[in-house]
Every structure is written in C-alpha cells, then in structure tokens.
Design a protein around this ligand. Structure first.
Ligand SMILES: Cc1cc2nc3c(=O)[nH]c(=O)nc-3n(C[C@H](O)[C@H](O)[C@H](O)COP(=O)(O)OP(=O)(O)OC[C@H]3O[C@@H](n4cnc5c(N)ncnc54)[C@H](O)[C@@H]3O)c2cc1C
Ligand SMILES: NC(=O)c1ccc[n+]([C@@H]2O[C@H](COP(=O)([O-])OP(=O)(O)OC[C@H]3O[C@@H](n4cnc5c(N)ncnc54)[C@H](OP(=O)(O)O)[C@@H]3O)[C@@H](O)[C@H]2O)c1
Length: 248
C-alpha cells in the first residue's frame, strides 16, 4: 500500500488552454530522476489517483509536473483547476524504472518524447548525474503545435549548459514551424530526416533509445527501429537498445 502525504500547490503555470505545470511542496522521500509518483484527490467522495512523472531534478525541492487536461478526463481536469494554496495527495515514494541506472552502456543516448512525456528527460538532465558515460545525448520533443513546446527555453538552457554533448530537436506534426521537423517520429526515422537533422546515425552498435509518452508512438517507433535498425527492446536479462514508458 502506498503511503500518502499532503502536497501544497505553490504555483500553476498555464502554457496553453490545456497544457499546464503544477509546482508542489510536499514531504516526499528522495526519488531518482526519471521516476513518477501518484497524485490523488477526493472526487465525489472517492479517492482518485493517477501517475505523473517528476519534471524537476531530485535535488530541487519544488516538485514539478507537466500535464495536459485531457478532454473529458476525470482527474486531469481537476488538477487543471488547481490554484496556489490548494492541497492534494501525493505518494511518499516514487516508482518506475525509466532511469539512467537501467540504461546499458552506449555512446549515444536518444531521449524521445511526445507531449507531456518530456518530463522524465528534463529531470534526468537537470540532475546531471551519471551522464559522463555518454559521448552525446539527443533530446527530442514531438508535439502537435509549436505553442506546445512549453519547455523549449529550458531545453535550450540545458543545451548551452552541456555544450556539444546535448543536441536538442523539436518536431511539430500539425503545422510548419521554423526550426522544427514536420511530421511524426517513426516516419522521420524511416526516411532518415531525424538522423540528418542531428547529424548522427541511429545504429544498434552504439545507440540506446528511450521512448516516452503516447503508447502508439512508442509502439510504432519500436517497430521502425526493429525493422530498419535491428534494434531490440532492452531487458535486464536480455540487453537491447530500446527502453520505454507508456503514459496510458
Ligand atoms: C508512468 C506514467 C506517468 C505519467 N506521467 C504523466 C505526466 O507527467 N503528465 C501527464 O499529463 N500525464 C501523465 N500520465 C497520464 C496520467 O496518469 C493520466 O492518465 C492523465 O492525466 C489522464 O487522466 P484523466 O483521469 O484526466 O483521464 P482518463 O479519464 O483516465 O482518460 C485517459 C485517456 O486520456 C488520454 N491521455 C492520458 N494521459 C495523457 C497524456 N499525458 N497525454 C495525452 N493523452 C493522455 C488517453 O487517451 C487515455 O486513454 C502518466 C501515466 C503513467 C502511466
Ligand atoms: N494538443 C492539443 O491541442 C489538444 C487539443 C484538444 C485535445 N487534445 C487531446 O489531449 C490528448 C493529448 O494530446 P497531446 O497533443 O498532448 O498528445 P498526443 O496526441 O500524444 O500528440 C503528441 C504528438 O504525438 C504524435 N503522435 C500521435 N500518435 C503517434 C504515433 N502513432 N506515432 C508517432 N507519433 C504520434 C502526434 O502527432 P499527430 O498530430 O500526427 O497525431 C503529436 O505530434 C489527446 O487525447 C488529444 O486528443 C489535445
């Protein structure tokens, strides 16, 4: 059984009509960058809970979550209405294995996200621990519209901090945006545009790919990587090249 503590909302950032970030203070146990926790609310007399990834580095005591208010969603709509000073429930312990300790040795680490699933990567990069072993990290954020690139300023800051070690790329699927690729991750891998934009080959011999977010993206991208790059899903007892986290 999870142990719950009270979290206090200290800030809400509204990025678009339905994208927002919650900043919470709560007496949680230490977590590992890349992990998620559960937030809970009592709705109509029933406790409802959902999983959310930490965006902040574990060393930062402002707990940050990047969310979309899913149309018709039971829980995310309630979080969308939160204001500074409101309380919610949060599990004391974090969970999940989408963390660097689970990534096998490789030269190039690719971090691919759709929508709100950028969070775990920002947490890992902001924390900065354990990244020495990679020659290069590639952070890719795929969204529908350019206005949804909420964390682009932070991505650019990280890129400056890591110098040539971190490459960032944005993908926008439903409009042309200068500076972003247009389309979806799997087709941009298939036709070579993603590698061309990063100037690096996506190869099984020296790359590991992390995929986070929309389960259809995770599925379709894995298929393409299997078919065209001879990459396999990574398991502890059967090492491969792909690690995944589904948001639904
Ligand atoms: C490990 C894990 C980490 C997660 N981290 C986050 C996070 O950091 N931020 C976040 O916004 N959500 C995250 N989610 C999703 C979150 O737990 C909820 O499912 C989401 O907030 C919708 O809840 P709801 O009750 O409003 O919608 P529900 O009534 O439960 O409806 C769910 C439907 O909404 C859609 N959906 C759910 N989540 C998303 C999403 N993030 N983006 C696009 N469509 C979605 C899907 O179509 C899904 O079938 C995570 C889920 C998991 C399993
Ligand atoms: N973003 C909005 O403005 C908006 C508005 C109203 C409602 N919603 C709802 O909110 C939820 C979340 O929306 P979201 O935009 O954050 O997340 P999303 O639907 O997961 O889209 C994020 C990115 O993932 C891409 N994608 C979707 N399926 C894919 C696949 N199989 N392979 C590769 N890429 C794929 C999308 O491309 P495509 O654009 O090609 O699908 C988009 O670029 C959805 O239920 C959506 O219906 C969103």
């Amino acid at each position: 059984m999870s142990e719950w503590v009270i979290g206090n909302v200290v800030q809400v950032k509204h990025w678009t009509d339905n994208l927002f970030s919650l900043i919470i203070r709560a007496p949680i146990d230490p977590f590992v960058a890349g992990q998620f926790t559960k937030l809970g609310l009592e709705i109509n007399g029933k406790k409802i809970q959902r999983a959310y990834s930490y965006v902040n580095a574990p060393k930062n005591r402002n707990l940050e979550f990047y969310l979309i208010a899913v149309p018709g969603g039971k829980f995310s709509g309630k979080l969308h209405a939160m204001q500074p000073g409101n309380n919610l429930m949060i599990t004391k312990k974090a969970a999940g294995f989408f963390i660097l300790d689970e990534i096998p040795s490789c030269k190039y680490l690719w971090m691919l996200a759709t929508g709100t699933a950028l969070g775990p990567y920002l947490s890992i990069l902001e924390q900065g621990d354990g990244l020495e072993r990679f020659d290069k990290i590639i952070l890719i954020h795929a969204v529908r519209f350019a206005k949804e690139l909420s964390y682009l300023p932070q991505m650019l800051k990280l890129q400056r901090r890591f110098n040539n070690k971190l490459s960032i790329l944005t993908i926008v699927s439903r409009e042309i945006n200068q500076g972003s690729l247009t389309g979806r991750i799997p087709s941009l891998i298939k036709d070579g545009s993603l590698e061309q934009a990063i100037n690096l080959k996506l190869e099984a011999k020296n790359c590991h790919v992390m995929l986070c977010g929309n389960p259809n993206m995770v599925h379709d991208t894995q298929q393409i990587l299997k078919e065209t790059r001879a990459m396999q899903k990574h398991f502890k007892n059967s090492p491969g090249h792909i690690s995944t986290e589904h948001y639904w």
